[in-house]
Design a protein around this ligand. Structure first.
Ligand code: ATP
Ligand code: MG
Length: 202
């Protein structure tokens, strides 16, 4: 079996919280590699103000290129309509065949929302979910597992990861107010943000 991690998100912008979580899960679950998938049209977020997908894709590439286990996929960007994970996993299953086993990596905050995800029961049959705990947010992952019964207990896992209190929201706020974003995300991403004048007040 080939174990493949999926790190989904808006990555607006990508930061060390995403990178460290993906690496910790890869290490712990001995994943062959982790594919970062920027969502073109995330179903759970406000669309207004979202940075164009090609910028978020480029930043994700810049952030991950130094890790040989990481890659970036544009499969959600090339699909119309909301970026549902069920469609993504189905597409990946076709691409990788029956030998691949998928591990969808989320922060614990995201796993809390699982009951509202599109065709979640079907999705849980197709892949594992790893809930990485994140500071300031200690949800009861067991309650979520129980919510889905046996399927949940089999397919949802919890992993305590080093907690970095970083969010893209905070980074965007810092940029608007001209605060430094050094050491929160990779240098190359910071340079890209500056070069493309992203997240600045008009
Ligand atoms: P925003 O503030 O815009 O919501 P974000 O920082 O939460 O951005 P997302 O792109 O929404 O980033 O998240 C993608 C995935 O990464 C989600 O599963 C989220 O839970 C997880 N994640 C985000 N920040 C961290 C962090 N600091 N540590 C661990 N996981 C994180
Ligand atoms: Mg978020």
């Amino acid at each position: 079996m080939e174990k493949i991690g999926i790190m989904g998100g808006t990555f607006d912008p990508i930061h060390y919280g995403h990178l460290m979580t993906a690496e910790a899960v890869r290490d712990e679950y001995q994943l062959e590699h982790v594919i970062f998938i920027p969502a073109a049209t995330p179903p759970h977020k406000k669309q207004s103000g979202l940075t164009p997908a090609f910028h978020r894709y480029n930043m994700t590439l810049l952030a991950t290129c130094s890790n040989p286990y990481f890659s970036v996929s544009d499969i959600e960007m090339n699909r119309r309509g909301p970026s549902y994970t069920i469609d993504t996993i189905k597409q990946l299953k076709e691409l990788y065949g029956t030998q691949a086993e998928f591990y969808f990596i989320t922060g614990a905050d995201a796993v809390q929302g699982l009951p509202t995800w599109h065709r979640i029961e079907e999705l849980l049959k197709l892949c594992h979910f790893i809930a990485a705990t994140r500071q300031g947010c200690l949800p009861d992952v067991d309650a979520i597992k129980d919510y889905f019964g046996e399927l949940g207990r089999k397919k949802i896992h919890r992993l305590a990861t080093p907690e970095l209190q970083i969010s893209s929201t905070d980074i965007r706020r810092r940029l608007k107010m001209n605060y430094s974003i050094k050491y929160i995300l990779p240098d190359a991403v910071e340079q890209y943000i500056k070069k493309e004048h992203l997240y600045q007040s008009p």
